[in-house]
Design a protein around this ligand. Structure first.
Ligand code: ATP
Ligand code: MG
Length: 557
């Protein structure tokens, strides 16, 4: 098959959700596509959510539909407006715009009415059992449950008690409202699921209006239905909930939204549970939700990852119906792909070794115009000063160098990037025998503006000591040491697998124009990696986060 045919074939390969949607449109089951992204505002969004966002918004975009942002805010004790705001910021940063901003709590009155309707139809009852009694009474997969002693209360009594629950007459846990379905159902979800629980807590939106709150199963499908969501996409663990989702919609006779499940994203060396991420923040193990080592969207943003790279990654991993552990190196590869094409280049020396150019006219400064991005040689330039005293990387010099070492060695030549070829004439050592300085000569005829281009095998980066700006670099490594953080052995805690060397702070020396960079995205430190300016920067101390290294042996399949 020709390359071209292959390309169109992969382009046309649809994921299972696209197939479903196209079938639904073709059969006339739906006449529009409406999706929603339903975060609970109890933490910051992470890369797993990015996958859900790309899917929900991406599908709607592809089929001319819309996506609502719906906050699933039925758990007042864990939710907060700080999270509500951060979620909006992150979705916008990814480049998506929701249609309506909705809250499950906007529908509390309607949900309450539906609960009363079920009571009146003999399909719901108030149960006085404790949580333990209820869960014991539900039985197991092998054994049927037993009916609650309160299951056959009269409709009048149930209505009175439910209204009293709402009016605040009872304490947390004293009573619950349950659907009356089938305690022997092979699907445990149907064994009289809880509809409402009592929680005397102030809600971030409804304040103290409610002291009863609807459960997830009684909320999600009906909210979808109210918003005429055509395809309610969620992660695999919800597939056992689907029959109940359908049951409420059918029983209430409301708009028939449908639920579809896909595999959640898991990444090597990464945890994506909001509860655990919150613990890392609260215990001070990381500096905050936006610590650049965190898999949160604000964390990777601060690290220098771009929305383009994240979307490229989500596209590449596709949509699956089986749980998958994705290689974080694929994400890093996407980051490099994007930044390689777009980022400005600068020279920065991280571990300096002084070089003196012995035949340079004392005090002379020569400015070199260098491209900001080599992909655009005629594009914008930066100005790099060359003087008689420079820094190079220690690692770019070797005294007893093997034959294949093409950087600087005694008597050897190397090109200082964008400028001259220099030759190492003398190695200066301190009392302990450490190399502290190199004395080199430069060859004026090798000026790159010269027509005659003499070439040498090695080119290294450098900065002028007189013009170098010290900057703080925060060098990150993976936060965890274990590839599969989802399968930690029994009896162990995920915190045992924290990488003690996930952050190293060093001072480096940068060419002056780095500090004037206005690109707004990570820059490339030539021959080293991608770095993104951190908001901790002050005029006195500029801080850069290491986004990714320049190269990696990893190749995507
Ligand atoms: P967590 O387990 O991290 O707390 P959650 O599922 O409770 O996540 P929600 O706020 O309820 O978080 O998630 C909003 C949406 O994002 C849901 O539709 C959920 O299925 C989806 N989502 C959450 N985590 C992932 C993931 N790792 N991969 C794909 N989708 C995810
Ligand atoms: Mg959830």
């Amino acid at each position: 098959m020709s390359e071209e045919n292959k390309a169109t074939q992969t382009e046309e390969k649809k994921n299972f959700l696209e197939e479903i949607i196209e079938d639904d449109l073709a059969s006339g089951r739906i006449d529009h596509v409406q999706t929603r992204f339903p975060p609970e505002p109890n933490g910051y969004l992470h890369l797993g959510h990015a996958k859900s966002i790309c899917l929900n918004f991406g599908l709607a975009q592809k089929y001319g539909g819309k996506t609502n942002l719906r906050y699933d805010d039925t758990n007042p004790t864990k939710e907060d407006t700080e999270y509500v705001d951060s979620i909006k910021e992150d979705i916008k940063w990814l480049g998506f715009q929701w249609d309506k901003e909705c809250y499950a709590s906007d529908y509390f009155d309607q949900l309450y009415e539906w609960a009363e309707e079920l009571i009146k139809r003999g399909l719901a009852y108030v149960d006085d059992q404790t949580q333990e009694e209820i869960s014991k009474g539900r039985g197991t997969v092998e054994t049927p449950g037993v009916n609650s002693p309160w299951r056959d209360r009269s409709i009048e009594e149930n209505l009175r008690l439910f209204r009293e629950m709402k009016a605040g007459k009872y304490a947390d846990g004293e009573k619950v409202l349950r659907a009356k379905i089938d305690m022997a159902s092979p699907n445990m979800m149907f064994r009289d699921p809880l509809l409402y629980r009592i929680k005397h807590a102030t809600h971030h939106r409804t304040g103290d209006k409610w002291c009863i709150y609807p459960m997830y199963d009684f909320t999600h499908g009906q909210c979808d239905s109210i918003e005429h969501i055509t395809h309610s996409i969620c992660t695999l663990e919800f597939d056992v909930h689907r029959p109940l989702y359908d049951w409420f919609i059918k029983t209430l006779g409301i708009y028939p939204s449908h639920q579809y499940e896909f595999a959640r994203l898991n990444l090597t060396y990464t945890l994506m549970s909001k509860r655990k991420l919150l613990e890392l923040v609260q215990k001070g193990i990381v500096s905050g939700w936006d610590d650049p080592r965190m898999p949160t969207l604000c964390g990777v943003r601060r690290r220098g990852y771009t929305p383009q790279a994240i979307k490229m990654f989500c596209e590449k991993i596709g949509v699956s119906k089986r749980d998958q552990l994705m290689d974080i190196q694929l994400l890093e590869w996407c980051v490099r792909q994007d930044l390689n094409a777009r980022s400005n280049r600068y020279m920065v020396v991280q571990d300096p070794l002084k070089v003196t150019i012995t035949n340079w006219e004392p005090g002379k400064v020569e400015w070199f115009d260098c491209p900001l991005n080599p992909a655009e040689p005629d594009g914008a330039k930066r100005c790099v000063p060359f003087t008689g005293e420079l820094y190079i990387e220690k690692a770019d010099f070797m005294e007893d160098a093997p034959k294949k070492f093409f950087r600087l060695k005694p008597g050897g030549e190397v090109r200082l990037k964008y400028t001259y070829i220099v030759k190492c004439e003398e190695v200066v050592k301190d009392a302990e025998g450490n190399v502290v300085e190199l004395k080199c000569s430069y060859d004026p005829s090798t000026h790159p503006g010269n027509g005659e281009w003499r070439s040498v095998k090695g080119t290294i980066h450098w900065v002028s000591t007189a013009y170098a700006k010290p900057v703080e670099l925060r060098l990150y490594d993976r936060l965890f040491t274990q590839p599969d953080m989802g399968s930690i052995p029994e009896g162990h805690d995920y915190k045992e697998y924290l990488n003690p060397d996930s952050l190293k702070v060093v001072t480096a020396y940068a060419e002056p124009d780095l500090l004037a960079d206005k690109s707004g995205i990570a820059v490339q430190f030539e021959r080293s990696g991608y770095f993104f300016k951190d908001p901790d920067s002050t005029p006195e101390k500029v801080v850069f986060n290491k986004t990714a290294s320049l190269k990696d042996s990893y190749k995507p399949e």
